[in-house]
Design a protein around this ligand. Structure first.
Ligand SMILES: [Zn+2]
Length: 137
């Protein structure tokens, strides 16, 4: 990366801080309910299934499949002007939760629902590392 990163950045909160601390270490961790074992995302103080407050930030595989995607052609943010057309994908992780991110190293016309992918980490600022995904064979 060259120059200052000008795109929107995630807002780090007390609920999601462990997620962003993990990505900074190039690890993907999600909350796993200590009562029922369900993985959840986005981060939340209670389990949406059993309402337990007991959870542990647990490493996950980083593997999943593309469940849907779009290609952005319009410049909604000036900082993305050089990127259009760019993709936004939803990836369902093997552990269940779905993340919204970008697919890298795949041309927009080559994206398909069901494509197997794995997480990669993009250090966009000294504080923030964004998870993105690439195709696996
Ligand atoms: Zn639970």
């Amino acid at each position: 990366m060259t120059g200052e990163y000008r795109k929107p950045l995630p807002r780090v909160t007390s609920d999601n801080r462990p997620f962003w601390e993990a990505t900074k270490r190039h690890e993907l961790r999600l909350q796993r309910c200590g009562a029922c074992g369900r993985f959840r995302y986005p981060p939340a103080p209670v389990c949406p299934d059993c309402l337990s407050e007991d959870a542990e930030w647990t490493p996950v595989s980083g593997r999943g499949t593309v469940t849907t995607f779009i290609v952005m052609h319009k410049v909604y943010f000036q900082s993305f002007a050089g990127d259009v057309p760019y993709n936004v994908v939803q990836v369902e992780l093997e552990e269940g939760p779905r993340l919204t991110a970008n697919l890298v190293d795949v041309p927009n016309e080559g994206m398909t629902v069901g494509m197997p992918v794995e997480v990669v980490f993009d250090d966009v600022t000294p504080e923030i590392t964004l998870p993105r995904f690439r195709r696996t064979s």
